[in-house]
Design a protein around this ligand. Structure first.
Ligand SMILES: Cc1ncc(COP(=O)(O)O)c(C=O)c1O
Length: 469
C-alpha cells in the first residue's frame, strides 16, 4: 500500500485489490468520487464485496468513520448495497443503467456458417480436458509455473514425439520440438529465422490461407507462388525460392494430396538447393476413405520443418501447436520464440501432455473423425439429391470440400445470395494468391456449424444453390 502524497492508493484487503486515486485534501469526497467512478466504469463489477470500513481505512491510512461515511453516501445514491451479514457490495443497478445508456455494438452473426477454418467447438471434450488439467496441475513441479523452458515443457515434447512418430510418421526426438501458439506463431518464428539467415523468398501454393502470406511478408520475406494440380503443388515450378510452404497431406483449400513422386522431388529440391520445406500438417488426422498420408518430413528430417496444431483436432482457442525442426534450426527458432512471448502457457502444455498420454487425444480424434465423416456424407448426399449438377471435389479428408461453379460471377452471386439468407459462405477466390487455372468454387467448411445447426445449414445451402441453377 502506497501512503505517500499524492494519494494514489492501492488497497489489497479482503478479496479485492484496487487502485484508488484520493488526490486532494478532502479524503471523504475523494474516496466517494474514486469509488463512484470505479463502479460507473465497471472497474468494480456488480456484486463485488468491498472490504470492511475498518480494513479499507487501515489500508488507506484514513479514519474509519471517513470510509463508513463514504460507503453510507454511496449506498444512499444506489451505487453500493449493504445487507446484514453480507457486508457492503457493488449494486447491480448502476451497471445496468450504464449498460443501457451505452449499448455494446453487436456484430451481426450469420444464422449459419459454412466457411472453412474452424472445427465444431461444441464437441470439445470439456470434462476430459478439465480432468487432464487437474491431474497435470496436481503433478506439476513448482518450477513448471515459473519461466520454464522456452522450447516447451519436456513432458509435452516427449508425449508429442511419441504421438507424431506413431500417428503421423514424423521422424523426431523431443529435442527437435518447439512448442508454439498454434501454426500461426510457428510459421512466424520460422519466417523470422529464415530472414535473419539471409533468405529472401518463400514459395507458397497458389491457393492457401491469405494470412500465411501476410506472416511471411511481415517477417520481411517476399513470396512467390507454386501452381497446384491434381497431384498437389507442382514442385518443378519451385524456381529459386529459399523455402517453400506446403500442405502435403491435404492441400488447403483444394483438398488434393501431394503425390508420391512430388514428395520425393521436394525433398531432393531442398537437398540440392539447401532450401527448407515448411510442412503445414493442419488436419492430417482427418482422412476418411484411405490410409492417412504420412508426413513428408520423414523423407528429409534435416530439410523439413514439420508443423502441427490442435486447432482442428481440439479447438483453435487453445492456441497450441508444435514444430519438429531440423537440428540446425532449433536454437534460432527458440531464440526468436523468447523474443516473441518467452514461453507458451505451461499449464496448457502440461494438460495437453496429460491428454495425449492418457489416450484422450487419440480418442477425441477418432470421435471427431467419425462425426465429421458423417457430416460429409450427409452433405454430399444432400447435394447429390438436390443439386446434382454441382461437381463436388476434395471429399477424402479434412473438414471442408469444394463445390465447383461455372464462373466467378456465380461464385460471387451465390455468396451474396447466401449472406442475404443468413448463410456465411466463402469462395475459392478468397484463397487465391495468383492467377490459376482452377475453376471458381465454394469452399464449404462442414466442420464449422454446431451439430444442431448442421441440417439447417445444409438445407439453406442446397436451397441457395438450387435457386442459382
Ligand atoms: C492451412 C491452415 N494451416 C494451419 C491452420 C491452423 O492455424 P493455427 O494453428 O494457428 O490455429 C489453419 C487454420 O485455419 C489453416 O487453415
Amino acid at each position: 500500500v502506497v501512503r505517500s502524497n499524492p494519494v494514489a492508493e492501492t488497497w489489497a484487503s479482503a478479496s479485492v485489490d484496487l487502485h484508488l486515486d484520493l488526490a486532494g485534501s478532502r479524503k471523504r469526497e475523494a474516496l466517494e468520487r474514486a469509488l463512484r467512478d470505479a463502479v460507473r466504469t465497471g472497474r468494480l463489477g456488480p456484486g463485488l464485496q468491498l472490504p470492511s470500513s475498518r480494513a479499507l481505512a487501515s489500508d488507506l491510512g484514513i479514519a474509519r468513520n471517513t470510509v463508513a461515511d463514504a460507503y453510507g453516501q454511496l449506498i444512499a445514491e444506489g451505487w453500493l448495497t449493504a445487507r446484514q451479514g453480507a457486508g457492503t457490495r457493488v449494486a447491480d443497478r448502476s451497471s445496468a443503467v450504464e449498460a443501457a445508456a451505452t449499448p455494446a455494438p453487436q456484430a451481426s452473426r450469420p444464422q449459419y456458417d459454412l466457411r472453412a477454418g474452424s472445427p465444431d467447438t461444441a464437441i470439445f471434450p470439456r470434462s476430459a480436458w478439465l480432468a487432464a488439467t487437474r491431474r497435470a496441475l496436481t503433478a506439476a513441479p513448482a518450477e513448471a509455473l515459473g519461466y520454464t523452458d522456452p522450447q516447451g515443457r519436456p513432458e509435452l515434447r516427449q508425449a508429442l514425439a511419441g504421438y507424431l512418430a506413431r500417428a503421423r510418421g514424423v521422424q523426431l526426438t523431443p529435442d527437435r520440438i518447439v512448442i508454439c501458439s498454434g501454426f500461426t506463431q510457428g510459421l512466424g518464428l520460422i519466417c523470422q529465422v529464415l530472414r535473419r539467415r539471409g533468405a529472401k523468398t518463400l514459395a507458397m501454393e497458389v491457393y492457401g490461407q491469405p494470412r500465411h502470406g501476410d506472416i511471411a511478408a511481415a517477417a520481411g520475406l517476399s513470396t512467390t507462388t507454386v501452381p497446384v494440380d491434381g497431384h498437389g503443388a507442382m514442385i518443378d515450378k519451385l524456381a529459386d525460392a529459399d523455402a517453400v510452404l506446403l500442405t502435403p497431406a491435404h492441400q488447403f483449400p483444394l483438398g488434393v494430396v501431394l503425390g508420391p513422386q512430388r514428395r520425393s522431388r521436394v525433398a531432393a529440391w531442398a537437398d540440392a538447393t539447401n532450401g527448407l520445406v515448411i510442412e503445414d500438417d493442419y488436419d492430417g488426422e482427418f482422412r476418411y476413405d484411405r490410409q492417412p498420408v504420412g508426413a513428408v518430413q520423414s523423407l528429409a528430417p534435416e530439410r523439413v520443418a514439420y508443423a502441427g496444431t490442435v486447432s482442428k483436432a481440439l479447438a483453435p482457442g487453445l492456441r497450441l501447436g508444435w514444430l519438429a525442426l531440423p537440428a540446425a534450426l532449433v536454437g534460432d527458432v527458440v531464440a526468436v520464440k523468447i523474443l516473441t512471448d518467452r514461453i507458451t502457457s505451461s499449464l496448457d502444455q502440461l494438460t495437453l501432455a496429460e491428454f495425449i498420454n492418457s489416450g484422450h487425444y487419440d480418442r477425441q480424434v477418432r470421435r471427431s473423425r467419425l462425426a465429421y465423416r458423417r457430416r460429409r456424407d450427409r452433405l454430399v448426399d444432400a447435394l447429390s439429391r438436390h443439386t446434382p449438377w454441382v461437381r463436388i471435389i476434395g471429399i477424402a479428408a479434412g473438414l471442408h470440400l469444394l463445390l465447383e461453379l461455372p464462373d466467378s460471377q456465380a461464385e460471387h452471386d451465390i455468396i451474396t445470395r447466401a449472406a442475404r439468407h443468413g448463410l456465411a459462405l466463402e469462395g475459392l477466390g478468397s484463397y487465391q494468391r495468383a492467377l490459376s487455372t482452377y475453376p471458381p468454387a465454394l469452399v464449404i467448411g462442414y466442420g464449422t456449424p454446431h451439430e444442431h445447426a448442421f441440417t439447417g445449414a445444409v438445407e439453406r445451402l442446397t436451397a441457395v444453390l438450387a435457386r442459382s441453377a
